[in-house]
Each structure stands twice: as structure tokens, then as C-alpha cells.
Design a protein around this ligand. Structure first.
Ligand SMILES: NC(=O)c1ccc[n+]([C@@H]2O[C@H](COP(=O)([O-])OP(=O)(O)OC[C@H]3O[C@@H](n4cnc5c(N)ncnc54)[C@H](OP(=O)(O)O)[C@@H]3O)[C@@H](O)[C@H]2O)c1
Length: 241
């Protein structure tokens, strides 16, 4: 498969190494400096574009790929207020778009556990849930896209929470998300149900970025020949989140 890498930072480089290891060819690497002069001719030759850039430019990068007729796998977080526009453009151009706030298999198992636990906790109102996410100090968005997916899962399944808020809250219907930025942490997410007598915690700790990169390359392989918009549940066959 010929892959265009849009965004060539920590994730782009990790994806490059995994893609080459799986026998793929990287035909284009685009960083901030090159983004204005992306060669449509070269982009058109790609079987897939993998987009891990920054919240400010993800939307226009995706649109450029659609214009070139190239399927897009996107992992950039912090731009999702424009997701519906992207989905519409994808359908209109009869292209394929795969988005995941987190491409790691482990995190997607964690998403399922989170939903299951939230369902159980409907019967135990004495437990107050909260979410903690820790990432490296270079991360631009907060809370993390993964944290938002986890929070949305809790809100969907736990009747006593209707919305999330970053920071502390005294409102019983609001789920608190605490974001911390420390050193070079690749990504830690913790859901805690706290009561006077005990705490229940589930945690996912990424040890490095390989899991995200492998998931993105798998998605680029999986999306070949498909049209429409997809996510990890489609690829992994988990129930809808
Ligand atoms: N979904 C997941 O599983 C997952 C996992 C990890 C990270 N992420 C997300 O992926 C994104 C990238 O993370 P990262 O750790 O790789 O960040 P990073 O190291 O800061 O790299 C970002 C890259 O994007 C490039 N860039 C900036 N503007 C661009 C533009 N207009 N067009 C193309 N490229 C542009 C930067 O270029 P320069 O180097 O020239 O500035 C840099 O190479 C973030 O949004 C992060 O939250 C998602």
C-alpha cells in the first residue's frame, strides 16, 4: 500500500516505522512547513492518507485528501466540532474516512469496560464518578480526545450524569474531568467511582506510542475498497459506543 503521512511529528514517525515494517511504502510526508505546497499529483497516488497533525489544520488536510480522492485515517484530536462537516464531505465525494480518538486496541477494550461499569453503577448512587487523564506537556488539546470519548460513554450509560466539565464541579449531574500535563507521559486515563467506604478504579496506561500507530496502520489497511465513515467499533466489531 502507498501511504501519505500528513503530520510528521511524534506519531507520524512512529506510524512510518510500523508501516514500513508491514511492507507499505511512504510516498509523502507532510509537516507544517510543507502543508501549503502538498503536491496533489503525489497525494492522488496514495492508497490512504494517515493524518496525525494538529487541531488547527486537521480539517483542511482532510478536505484536501477528499479532493484528491484519497481515503483518510485521522487521529488528530481537538477539532471534532467540524466532524459532521467532514462526514458530509466524505459522503458527497464518495470517499472513506476513519476517525478514532484513540487507535490503541487496549484503549478500545477500556472503552467497553467503561460502558459496562457505568451501567452497573446506575444501581449504586453513593459512588461519585470522576475521570482523570494525564499526558505529556506538549499536548495541545485538553481534555484529551480519549478522555472525551470516555466521558461521553459514562454520560450515555450512567443516568445521574448529563454532561462533563473540565475541573471540579459541585453539580450532581456533571461529570468532572481532571487533565494533568506531566513530562513525556504517552497517555493515562483513569475512571474512578468514589464513595465514603471505598473507591473503584479502572486505568489504561499507554507505555509508548506503538499501540496508537499500529492501530492507525491497521485502519488504513482495513479501509481499502470501502466507502463511508468508520471508527474502531466497525473495525474491531465491538458494540456501538
Ligand atoms: N488518535 C490517537 O490514537 C492518537 C494518539 C496519539 C496522538 N494523537 C493526536 O495526534 C496529533 C499529533 O500528535 P503528535 O504527538 O504526533 O504531535 P506532534 O509531535 O506535535 O506532531 C504534529 C505534527 O503535525 C505537523 N503539522 C502542523 N501543522 C501542520 C499542517 N498544517 N499540515 C500538516 N502537518 C502539520 C507538525 O509539523 P512541524 O513538526 O513542522 O511543526 C508535526 O510534525 C495530536 O492531535 C494528538 O492528540 C492521537
Amino acid at each position: 500500500m502507498k501511504i501519505a503521512l500528513i503530520g510528521y511529528g511524534k506519531m507520524g514517525k512512529e506510524i512510518e516505522s510500523i508501516a514500513i515494517g508491514r511492507g507499505h511504502e511512504i510516498i509523502l510526508k507532510v509537516g507544517a512547513q510543507q502543508s501549503k505546497s502538498i503536491s496533489t499529483e503525489i497525494l492522488r497516488q496514495a492508497d490512504a492518507a494517515i493524518e496525525f497533525s494538529s487541531p488547527e489544520c486537521a480539517y483542511s488536510n482532510i478536505m484536501n485528501c477528499f479532493q484528491a480522492g484519497v481515503p483518510v485515517v485521522c487521529g488528530t484530536t481537538g477539532w471534532l466540532h467540524r466532524l459532521e462537516e467532514v462526514k458530509t464531505a466524505c459522503h458527497r465525494s464518495e470517499n472513506a474516512f476513519f476517525y478514532a480518538s484513540n487507535f490503541s486496541i487496549g484503549v478500545n477494550i477500556f472503552f467497553e469496560l467503561n460502558l459496562y461499569l457505568a451501567k452497573i453503577m446506575n444501581a449504586y448512587g453513593e459512588y461519585e464518578p470522576l475521570l482523570e487523564e494525564i499526558h505529556h506537556i506538549h499536548k495541545k488539546d485538553s481534555p484529551s480526545g480519549t478522555g472525551i470519548t470516555i466521558a461521553e460513554g459514562i454520560i450515555r450509560e450512567l443516568n445521574r450524569k448529563n454532561e462533563w466539565k473540565e475541573g471540579s464541579t459541585h453539580s450532581p449531574s456533571v461529570l468532572a474531568i481532571h487533565s494533568k500535563r506531566e513530562g513525556e507521559v504517552p497517555g493515562t486515563h483513569k475512571v474512578i467511582y468514589r464513595s465514603d467506604v471505598d473507591d473503584i478504579e479502572i486505568t489504561h496506561t499507554a507505555h509508548n506510542r506503538k499501540g496508537f500507530a499500529l492501530g492507525a496502520v491497521h485502519a488504513a489497511e482495513w479501509i481499502q475498497g470501502k466507502k463511508g465513515t468508520f471508527g474502531m467499533n466497525d473495525m474491531l466489531g465491538f458494540g456501538k459506543q
